[in-house]
Design a protein around this ligand. Sequence first.
Ligand SMILES: [Zn+2]
Ligand SMILES: [Zn+2]
Length: 469
Amino acid sequence: MPSLTFYGGIGEIGGNKILLEDKGTRIFLDFGKSFAARSKFYEWTERPRQANGIGDFLALGVLPEIKGIYRSDILKLARLPPEQDKFVDAIILSHAHSDHADYISFLREDIRLFMGQTTLDIICGLEEEKNANLEFEITNFKKRPSDRHGLPIKRDIQTFRTGDKIKIDSIEIEPVHVDHSLPGCYGFIIRTSSSTIVYSGDLRMHGNRGDLTRDFVEKAKLTKPDVMLCEGTRIDESSSQKENDVFQLCLDYINQARNHFVFADYSYKDLDRFTTFYNIAKKTGRKIVINTKTARYLNALSKNPALKVPKIADETIVVYKHRVKSGSYSDTDYDKSDSELFGGNANIWTSEEVMKNESKVIMTVGSNHIEELIDIGPQRGIYLHSSSEPFNEEGELDEVRMNNWMKRFGLVRLHAHCSGHASGSDLNYIVNEIGPKILIPIHTEHPELFQAFHSERVKLAELQKPMLF
Ligand SMILES: [Zn+2]
Ligand SMILES: [Zn+2]
């Protein structure tokens, strides 16, 4: 009988690692980073010791103990014995958020990987920043301890699109696009030897492309599924602001801030939000100032013309050159991927140009380069807080510290945000439409609320306890 075992994503937002087993075939639906587990021991910017390979991650429960899935080089560094038999056949990745994708980095290279083309483009684009980060080695890695001349080991990756059917022995997976806060996201309809399982991934109805999620709901409904794994990030919230509301609100705020500095903070992977600020910049005669990470991200997405991403050399876009090492903006201060950007055809500004044009920018360099405010020295202005409400899927900012930085430079905090996740009422609509026999809440801190709404079909999963279907 097929079974589902959850190694993450239960009682927490993210960290999805869901094992599906059928007739000896085993696949994982996502293999993400768990912020809940990791943040018990580390600040976001801290890194577990890489010298101990996978050891620290296993010892602290940041990764689950499963034999036959992890890379031999990082097991060896942790002084753990080598494992011969491969336990898992494939990983099916729903989208490029860290809490779904990043811990693929630890998996052995003979496990096949399936993902959408845009997800692959995003991950490859971000991997261009070579900073030897064990937690972000998804498409390829160099064996550790690192040998400078060692060739990277490439993983076996296949891409899919809506309409495809991926067959892995007795399991068939049908990806269907959904709308979420970054492009290229999928939900899945999975047929095992004796059941149909629907996996929502992360999704929303209220975004600019709610039609994608509707397609998924329609297709899933037709299969009369036995089981649905449904994300419930915002099951406790009843409504959502739309992206256009964010546009109107922020445009209004920025118009009022007329001659002052604007610092806008959003999750850099949220292309809709970038587009909102880009359009506002155009409308108000400002430049949108992005960091090199965002520039690489936009470059990666521009491979797909359907996404209509502006070129980073666009006149409204400025790439910010931050000050590091010698402090003199010398070419040797930057790594290859940053140098390539600074030497390209994009508009490049340092703090000096931003200072001269203080009232003509929307600064979106994120918390990574927050210290640059000291060099820019804005006198007054606004801080548009425009990222996920109580949590952040990319875990990039610590809200209290951000607020302190903003206050220090006289920036008044204002909030406007359109979430990447469906509200409670939309989630209830989705579940009722699809009508699974059994509903398993995942990716939520409030699984019990699903019970209140759908008591007859909810089954609460426990970590590492197989459920048979
Ligand atoms: Zn997520
Ligand atoms: Zn997500």
